[in-house]
Design a protein around this ligand. Structure first.
Ligand code: ADP
Length: 273
């Protein structure tokens, strides 16, 4: 009997090991698929701004060589603005790639200090005034009183930038509200748009790496921005969440600690993977 029991046990262990192997294999294949898809998207995204860049610079070169006096100030400015926009887009994409590798390696350095989120919000609203109005979105700011948070000013600026550029990108030209507030323990940044919204089943996924709820290339992007924001907030002892309904818009809420945690060194440090 004991021989039979031992055999049964051995068979069960072998089957379990086989199932585990199958799961590992499926996970590895999925990781390979995601990476390959990311490479395709990344190459496409990096190449897209190059076409208008080359076109505008070529046409500028020809016009300046032929007869610079015939190039009106307005046309010149128009061309330079297209060039500047595409360079900014490339800059953003390359910075995201750099952050991806730093965060994956656990190598991003943070400089923690007390930050006035209201001042950061005003700066961000100022930076985004022009792109928001170009997209037809009214950017409404409510950040009069100082709101102290504990974080890294440069990274907090980056979080504002990501949330506001998403709100404009997916905001369908409707008003966007940017608010900062605090209670006893946490300081909050709230960005509300009234755009395309996010289907309920995709709301948790958008904070994942390479995740894009809207797959059409029309919107562009690596699907990295919110993942980077979430990693930064994890490292800063904060969090991010979203409430959204398709067709009605999205509200992103970031929470940051208000003051230094007892365990916090308060100095420059690095994230761990
Ligand atoms: P991407 O660079 O592709 O925009 P993000 O990480 O910033 O990447 O966002 C991931 C996905 O989440 C986006 O592709 C989009 O589908 C969705 N998303 C992010 N912000 C919004 C928003 N304000 N409204 C609707 N969808 C959004």
């Amino acid at each position: 009997i004991s021989e039979a029991v031992r055999n049964q046990h051995a068979i069960a262990v072998a089957m379990d090991a086989e199932r585990q192997m199958e799961r590992l294999y499926a996970d590895a294949m999925e990781a390979v698929r995601v990476r390959e898809e990311f490479l395709t998207i990344a190459s496409h995204e990096l190449r897209t701004p190059l076409t208008p860049l080359a076109l505008q610079i070529g046409s500028l070169q020809r016009a300046l060589r032929a007869d610079p006096s015939r190039l009106s100030h307005e046309r010149l400015l128009g061309k330079v603005e297209i060039v500047a926009r595409q360079v900014a887009r490339l800059h953003r994409l390359v910075s995201d790639l750099l952050d991806l590798s730093l965060l994956t390696a656990g190598n991003i350095s943070l400089h923690r200090e007390e930050v006035d989120l209201a001042a950061a919000a005003r700066d961000a609203a100022h930076r985004f005034q022009e792109p928001a109005s170009r997209a037809g979105c009214a950017l409404r700011l409510s950040a009069d009183k100082p709101v102290k948070g504990w974080g890294d000013r440069t990274r907090i600026d980056q979080i504002f930038t990501q949330l506001l550029s998403n709100a404009i990108k997916y905001g369908a030209g409707a008003p966007i509200d940017l608010r900062v507030e605090s209670d006893d323990d946490v300081a909050r940044i709230v960005v509300r748009d009234r755009g395309i919204g996010i289907p309920p089943d995709q709301q948790a996924r958008i904070f994942g790496r390479f995740e894009r709820a809207v797959s059409e290339q029309h919107y562009g992007g690596f699907g990295l921005g919110l993942w980077i924001v979430k990693q930064l907030l994890d490292a800063l002892g904060g969090s991010i969440s979203v409430e959204s309904a398709p067709g009605q818009g999205s509200t992103f809420t970031v929470e940051l600690p208000r003051r230094e945690a007892a365990t916090d060194s308060g100095s420059t440090d690095t994230t761990s993977p």
